[in-house]
Write a protein that binds this ligand. Structure first.
Ligand code: URP
Ligand code: ZN
Ligand code: ZN
Length: 456
């Protein structure tokens, strides 16, 4: 297959060139290449396939299950230009071994996923077995682990310290959901007891200070643990970024940051809307000024990746469970299908970031930080031919019925996207054409990930 005449987005530059694909791998870049199977990409961007390192397919939160499984979720991802995901499994039974959820998730994904995938391990308690099994799992391609500082299986400061020390020893990544559990729970209880149960109180119950405090605590523990690799998930506000920046100025090197489109494009006024429950997720949407501040943080190079935290629940379910009280509403929202188009539209076309910076945030850095580079995340000879052909001149308005996510709404309804995807190629195979998935169920492969590349 030859992709001709496109603007190819490389690691450091954009080049008008042709791309030759052979046996699922990028074979060659060059001018005037010829072959039997030609895709004309004139006037289009040829982008590395998106990598979303924060999805929650099949997430069981006890009283509800996130509605995209590894088939529907990866079809949606693919239709939106994402060719690789790394999923965050839900918690297993109390006291379970560290590989419990990995084994379960292999069963959930195998035979269903349509794009390549990996898993983060989820650490729910700390003991010698867990610390030992981090190495066993890393050897099997699970080279990152998630800890939560809130929710049911939160990890204590001492626990975080032991985990980070071990991560440093093994050279694996610890990803963290940072929120101050004591503060959040106290405020939730206070608000709920005083009848403040509308969706807007969700945001008021977990203010940015709760997130920023926990970010700072996690960072400082990483410093004490010897500059252990730490990845902050779903940063929602600029205050948190100020702590990260300060730590970096003081010499901390191995701290990385992810944000998500919802924190760049939406704000806490959404909770005042009639359908405010749709936006109940944690951390919550923030004051509007954070949107521009986070874009500026991106522009300054302080944000490493953009992921989605895709965790879809029907609006009807959210209403049923949380209509009377936001504390009963399952947290999370869909987004896996729109990250790539929205970031290209809002980022590149609106000239907030360059195409190279877009590719870094949405593909290259996720591949490097989560041990998939250079197999994934980049258009260069030898890499998997995971490619998206993007038409920058074909605008559309987001509507739920255009999407493939298995949920009854999209939080981005009515938003204008200034570009559209022509086709999506995964390991040399065209799997999406004109917004239709044309690949085979189960074609996705588990990626045995290497250790993270920290010096990206
Ligand atoms: O509200 C959210 N984000 N739900 C998914 C789980 C998490 O915290 O990432
Ligand atoms: Zn989280
Ligand atoms: Zn999440």
């Amino acid at each position: 297959m030859i992709i001709k005449n496109g603007l190819v987005v490389l690691e450091d530059s954009v080049r008008r060139t042709d791309v030759r694909i052979e046996n699922g791998v990028i074979a060659e870049l060059g001018d005037s290449l010829s072959g039997d199977d030609v895709i004309d990409a004139a006037g289009r961007y040829v982008l590395p396939g998106g990598i979303d390192v924060h999805t929650h397919f099949c997430l069981d939160v006890g009283f509800a299950v996130a509605q995209d499984d590894f088939y529907t979720g990866t079809v949606a991802a693919a239709c939106g230009g994402t060719t690789t995901i790394v999923d965050h499994p839900g918690f297993g039974p109390a006291g379970c071994s560290l590989d419990h959820q990995i084994k379960l998730y292999h069963k959930l994904a195998q035979g269903n996923a349509v794009i390549d995938y990996g898993f983060h391990g989820v650490i729910q308690h700390v003991d010698d077995d867990v610390l030992a099994m981090m190495e066993t799992l890393a050897d099997k391609g699970v080279t990152s682990f998630k800890i939560y500082m809130t929710y049911g299986f939160k990890i204590s400061d001492e626990g975080i310290y032991h985990i980070l020390r071990r991560a440093k020893e093994l050279g694996v990544m610890i990803t963290v959901h940072p929120e101050n559990d004591g503060l959040v729970n106290t405020r939730r209880q206070e608000l709920s007891e005083s009848g403040c149960t509308a969706p807007k109180y969700h945001a008021i119950s977990r203010p940015e200070e709760c997130e920023a405090e926990a970010i700072n605590r996690a960072i400082q523990i990483s410093a004490v643990a010897g500059d252990a690799p730490l990845y902050i998930v779903h940063l929602s506000n600029h205050l948190g970024m100020q702590y990260i920046r300060l730590a970096k100025q003081n010499g901390l090197k191995n701290v990385f940051v992810e944000t998500c489109p919802q924190y760049l494009l939406m704000d806490d006024t959404y909770y005042e809307r009639e359908d405010g429950l749709k936006y109940v997720l944690s951390p919550p949407l923030r004051r509007k000024d954070n949107n521009a501040l986070l874009w500026e943080d991106i522009r300054q190079g302080d944000v490493d990746t953009v992921a989605t935290d895709h965790c879809p629940f029907d609006y009807t379910l959210k209403q049923k469970l949380g209509g009377e009280d936001f504390t009963k509403c399952p947290n999370g929202m869909p987004g896996v299908e729109l990250r790539f188009p929205l970031m290209f539209s809002e980022g590149v076309i609106k000239q907030r970031i360059s195409p190279v910076e877009f590719a870094r945030l949405c593909a290259l850095n996720p591949a490097k930080l989560f041990g998939m580079y250079p197999k994934k995340g980049v258009i260069r000879p030898g890499s998997d031919a995971d490619i998206v052909i993007m038409d920058p001149g074909r605008p559309y308005t987001v509507t739920h019925d255009r999407l493939h996510e298995n949920v009854d709404h999209t939080p981005y309804e009515g938003m204008r996207v200034e570009c559209d995807i022509d086709c999506v190629i995964s390991r040399g195979e065209v799997i999406v054409k004109n917004n239709e998935f044309i690949g085979r169920k189960g074609r996705g492969q588990f990626i045995k990930r290497s250790k993270p590349l920290l010096d990206k």
